[in-house]
Design a protein around this ligand. Structure first.
Ligand code: SF4
Length: 891
């Protein structure tokens, strides 16, 4: 801190800064100076941002005996709500789709107009349609606030300035405005009023510093951030007390990348489990929307679920949120519950539907269920009709309390601060009674969400040496080392960004920087000059390219010499671990063998999966791994297939023989199939009540009847037969493995020959059931293990427009369309039926023995096709293995 400024403060001078950050920084420097001087106590320095000074003056006026008639300031959320109302009710605004966005722009225009003294001149410039609409809204806004005796942030400096001479106002004897890039007319008028009231007002800024200045070109902006991060770490390691600044003109756009890269460079293991909030040595000035914080997000998920309906994915996040009652105690069960719900839920759910699903799931989560029931009851009792915001704020807090928000585990400091900010937002929402009429629950929650999204927030951190700042925030600050990035010819100076509600000519005439290219150039020149003089070491950098665009350095930094900047290479966490590696190879493709008495669940899928890839079978059937299902609307292919199976099973359970099929009348068959379709649909609706409702159920039943009729016409092409079994439970014993399975159908021809049949609603091919690793081993499996005398194994391909039997048979006449052996087109088939049976017996026994013996090799039958839709991919890490194999081959 400048010694002269410190002396002035000690003498009682107030210091006013353009923003809070600079005020806090100066205060910190002043206190450090007092400590260095050996003092143990000293009067608090009167250092505050301009807005706080204005509020203090107005607060004195409001709390004095002369407060009668003073307008009451509106909070920012109240201002926005009022603008929204006015725009919505206006002729020009009621057709707008994005009223909240228009209100935010109008409020900003109103603020700019007052800060730059534009209001009296507004009518003197030609107005486009936007500016005309704004004038109309502004007149209405002014009239409403005058009538209600309100003022706002834009006018507070004018209102306070007019009262600054009053005896009730605390005025410092002298005041320094420090670090202002520009003193706007409204600020100048306020300082003038203070001066007229006897306060000596002067201006100051940091003392210019000299030292090394250099320009650095980086490959792209990611490389630029990486280099700045490494540079900051190197400077900090050289001097732990150094003050380091990183200025990022596009901070809002780059915030996430900066946070990620700085974190990785400063604290390489920051993302490891258990390292929830590492103490980083940097602070990013720009906060994030409050809605992005998990705690606040959880609150909104619960509030939205209590409304109409939400996407299942959002409900799923709520179920797994740590910010609900019982979250820790039911952690694993809630994860299981979520996995189960995904199989039956629709893509969009209501609270009642979610509760019904939860109640019918096996994974018991009593606390969650109980809290959601309480929320559902509360919704019926309290969350309806129109209510004022304060009543909604109370109801919202009660609803959140009912689900146990914010959970039972202790909040850490960052979460605690987030919760406090959330409470402030809800309290601010309650304060909207002054400007908002009664509103419905959904509107109330979406307004609250907008307020939280507008609230940029970040938990406070202890004083840290590295400050990451936006371009304007660095004004007035002093550093030992400063890096300014993003200064390419494309980005610096920035282009003008005039507010669309204010005439551009007026902005230009008034000298508002964002109103014109010349204004932005002037501002960029001033800021560049300040950066170059505010630190001992200054590095200015720019990216050379971004996507396919190439950049040069901004002309404003061209005079600074480009120089190499050697930096230490800091290893990433991954790199550090890799460097320490001591590799040991261990082949682990063997799981413990199964016990002799084990009955494997999963039926014939165990054999099919093991044939496709031994590891897949192990993961799915012994370790219980399965991919998370994605909720879907209507029926998926599997459910459609199940319905067809069911209808045909019910139909044959009644018909039993081909002669009965021949004998039944068309109307009789229709009735029978209709009833079977009714039963099948009713069964699936017991599982998923909303999946087939009303007209959709009718359409599906008609489809099923049509399909079944067409299939039964195919069956009529066969000779006489009896259906011996449908959906028959069988116990299969093979290769030391015992499986419970269900056989679709066994028929017996009039001459006693038996065939096993499996329904398929997709394409079926006899080739899929042969070979050492068959894709569809179920029919051969039934055949060799439970129907050894059968003479055919065939898929019944029940597919609209392509109905047929597809299979292998000993005799060509036993079923239409089946193939007999030898068959030149079936390369892997044996030359005769008897040899094929022997091959099946041997192959299937070997596969079963492999599974029972614990073979767990990652060995897909046909890579990559076999792996394409495999849901245990993340588990087997096939891609990493292949990459390693390729690297080894290359070596
Ligand atoms: S992804 Fe491929 S290699 Fe991995 S388990 Fe599945 S089938 Fe086997």
């Amino acid at each position: 801190m400048r010694p002269d400024l410190a002396q002035q403060i000690e003498a009682g001078c107030a210091v006013v800064t353009p923003n809070r950050r600079l005020a806090a920084n100066l205060k910190h420097e002043y206190d450090a100076r007092q400590i260095a001087a050996g003092k143990s106590a000293w009067p608090t320095a009167d250092i505050l941002p301009f807005s706080a000074l204005v509020e203090r003056v107005y607060g004195d006026a409001l709390h004095s005996g002369r407060a009668a008639g003073l307008p009451v300031p509106l909070a920012p959320a109240q201002e926005l709500a009022l603008w929204e109302n006015i725009i919505r009710e206006s002729e020009t605004g009621n057709s707008l789709l994005a009223i909240p966005e228009a209100a935010a722009l109008a409020r900003e225009a109103w603020r700019l107009a007052h800060a730059w003294g534009l209001v009296p001149r507004l009518g003197k410039y030609p107005l486009n349609d936007d500016a005309k609409a704004f004038q109309q809204w502004a007149r209405r806004y002014e009239a409403v606030t005058r009538r209600e005796r309100h003022t706002d942030g834009a006018r507070l400096a004018d209102v306070a300035g007019a009262r600054v001479t009053g005896p009730e106002i605390r005025k410092p004897g002298s005041l320094v405005h420090y670090g202002f890039d520009l003193v706007m007319p409204q600020q100048a008028a306020f300082f003038q009023a203070l001066s007229a009231a006897g306060c000596e007002v002067t201006g100051a800024g940091p003392e210019p510093r000299g030292g090394g200045r250099l320009r650095v070109a980086c490959a792209d902006s990611t490389e630029e951030i990486r280099r700045a991060a490494a540079w900051a770490r190197a400077r900090l390691e050289a001097n732990g007390a150094a003050r380091i600044g990183i200025v990022v003109p596009e901070l809002a756009r780059q915030r996430k990348a900066i946070q990620r890269i700085l974190s990785a460079v400063m604290e390489p293991g920051y993302a490891l489990p258990g390292n929830r909030h590492p103490a980083f040595p940097f602070n990013i000035s720009l906060g994030e929307a409050l809605t992005t914080y998990p705690l606040v997000n959880a609150a909104f998920l619960a509030l939205e679920l209590a409304g109409r309906e939400i996407d299942f994915e959002r409900a799923s996040r709520l179920i797994r949120s740590p910010f609900l009652a019982g979250a820790d105690a039911e952690l694993t069960r809630r994860a299981r519950l979520d996995a189960g719900l995904r199989k039956r839920a629709e893509p969009v759910v209501t609270l009642d539907r979610l509760l019904a699903l939860i109640t019918s799931e096996d994974a018991a989560c009593p606390v969650l269920a109980q809290r959601l029931v309480a929320l559902a009851e509360f919704r019926k009792a309290r969350l309806f009709g129109g209510q004022p915001p304060s009543a909604w704020a109370r109801a919202i807090s009660e609803a959140l309390a009912l689900i146990g928000f914010p959970g039972e585990r202790g909040l850490d400091s960052a979460e605690f601060q987030t919760l406090a900010r959330w409470h402030e937002i809800v309290a601010g929402f309650a304060g909207l009674d002054r400007v908002l009429p009664r509103t419905g629950y959904t509107d109330a929650v979406s307004r609250l969400r907008r307020m939280a999204a507008d609230a940029l927030f970040q938990p406070e951190t202890p004083d840290v040496p590295i400050q990451v700042l936006g371009e304007i925030e660095a004004t007035g600050m002093a550093f030992d080392h400063l890096w300014v990035m993003g200064l390419s010819d494309d980005a610096w100076p920035r282009g003008p960004r005039p507010n669309p509600f204010l005439p551009v000519e007026l902005l230009r005439a008034a000298g508002v920087p964002q109103g014109s290219a010349a204004g932005m150039l002037g501002q960029a020149r001033r800021l560049t000059g300040e950066w170059l003089s505010c630190a001992g070491e200054v590095v200015l950098s720019h990216p050379r390219r971004e996507d396919d665009r190439e950049f040069k350095p901004s002309p404003l930094i061209f005079a600074v010499p480009e120089q190499p900047l050697p930096l230490p290479g800091y290893a990433s966490y991954r790199g550090a671990v890799h460097d320490l590696r001591k590799l040991e190879r261990s082949e682990d493709a063997k799981a413990p063998p199964l016990g002799a008495a084990t009955v494997e669940r999963g039926g014939t899928a165990v054999i099919r999966d093991h044939a496709a890839c031994p590891f897949r079978a192990l993961a799915r059937h012994r370790l219980g791994a399965e991919g998370l299902a994605a909720p879907h609307a209507g029926l998926d292919a599997m459910e459609r297939g199940t319905l067809v199976h069911r209808v045909l099973a019910l139909a044959w359970a009644q018909l039993k023989t081909r002669s009965a099929l021949e004998a039944i009348t068309g109307a009789g068959l229709d009735g029978l199939l209709r009833q079977a379709a009714e039963d099948a649909v009713a069964r699936i609706r017991r599982e998923r009540p909303t999946v087939l409702s009303g007209r959709f159920a009718e359409i599906e039943k008609r489809r099923l009847v049509r399909l079944a009729r067409a299939w039964l016409d195919v069956e009529k092409r066969r000779g006489g037969f009896t259906v011996l079994a449908t959906e028959d439970k069988r116990r299969i014993e093979i290769g030391g493995l015992t499986l419970n399975a269900r056989l679709d159908r066994v028929d017996q021809a009039e001459d006693g020959r038996r065939v096993v049949i499996d329904y398929k609603t997709g394409k079926a091919s006899p080739g899929a059931m042969i070979g050492a690793r068959p894709d569809e081993p179920q029919l051969p499996l039934y055949l060799v293990s439970t129907e050894p005398d059968a003479v055919a194994a065939a898929f019944a391909q029940v597919r609209a427009g392509d109905m047929k039997f597809a299979g292998l048979a000993r005799d060509a006449d036993v079923l239409p369309d089946v193939r007999t052996l030898p068959d030149g087109k079936l390369k892997q088939a044996e030359p005769s039926w008897a040899r094929q049976i022997d091959a099946w017996r041997a192959d299937l026994a070997r596969i079963a023995a492999g599974f029972a013996g614990g073979n767990a090799e990652v060995d897909p039958k046909r890579y990559p096709d076999t792996c394409l839709y495999c849901d245990v991919k993340p588990f087997c890490r096939i891609y990493e293995r292949l990459e390693n194999a390729l690297e080894e081959d290359a070596e």
